[in-house]
Design a protein around this ligand. Structure first.
Ligand code: IMP
Ligand code: MG
Length: 179
């Protein structure tokens, strides 16, 4: 794949502005309540760091690692829990932070896992991107940054075969440029 064929979808400025809006909304919602953020690695790492810097409540950061992609641009349709060790979240406000909800399988897996293992005070799901048209279930994030078309996106945490997570912006590649 040639990075020159990347089309920019959201610039660094657009992403940061939207993150600030989401954080303002969360600051209003949680007030002084303690929150446990759960970052879904690896894709949500950039979003988690920029979002949490704008949050004002007492906060603890947790990290889990799930994978569903085959390495390239297609989902395997099965969620693989690479590392899902979490502290006791009973009675806690849990805020899941994801890069993108695509089919919704990862989100469903994670919400079911939390439901089965903990009786949280609240569980909210926040995703920077929402590919609503690709959904195979009825999952809806409580917070999302941008709705996106069913294109393959890279940058700002999102990867193509492990690369491009470090881009400051989000771009897409035409399907014809991928093969
Ligand atoms: P889902 O389980 O199909 O909702 O997909 C969730 C995961 O697939 C996300 O957390 C991403 O890591 C990855 N993913 C989905 N769409 C894209 C994309 O367009 N680019 C890169 N990764 C993606
Ligand atoms: Mg992800």
């Amino acid at each position: 794949m040639d990075i020159k064929n990347l089309k920019i979808l959201f610039t660094e400025e657009q992403i940061q502005k939207r993150i600030k809006e989401l954080a303002d909304e969360m600051n209003r919602f949680y007030g002084d309540e303690e929150v446990y953020t759960v970052c879904v690695l690896k894709g949500a790492v950039m979003f988690m760091t920029d979002l949490t810097k704008q949050l004002n409540m007492p906060l603890k950061m947790e990290f889990i690692r799930l994978s569903s992609y085959n390495g390239g641009t297609s989902t395997s349709g099965k969620v693989n829990a690479v590392d899902i060790s979490l502290p006791d979240l009973n009675g806690k406000n849990v805020l899941i932070i994801e890069d993108i909800v695509d089919t919704g399988l990862t989100a469903k897996f994670l919400l079911d896992f939390l439901n089965c293992n903990f009786h949280t005070k609240s569980t909210k799901f926040c995703s920077l991107l929402d590919k609503k048209t690709a959904r195979v279930n009825d999952i809806e994030p409580d917070y999302y940054g941008f709705e996106v078309d069913d294109k393959f996106l890279i940058g700002y945490g999102l990867d193509y075969d492990g690369y491009y997570r470090n881009l400051k912006y989000i771009g897409y590649i035409e399907k014809s440029d991928l093969e």
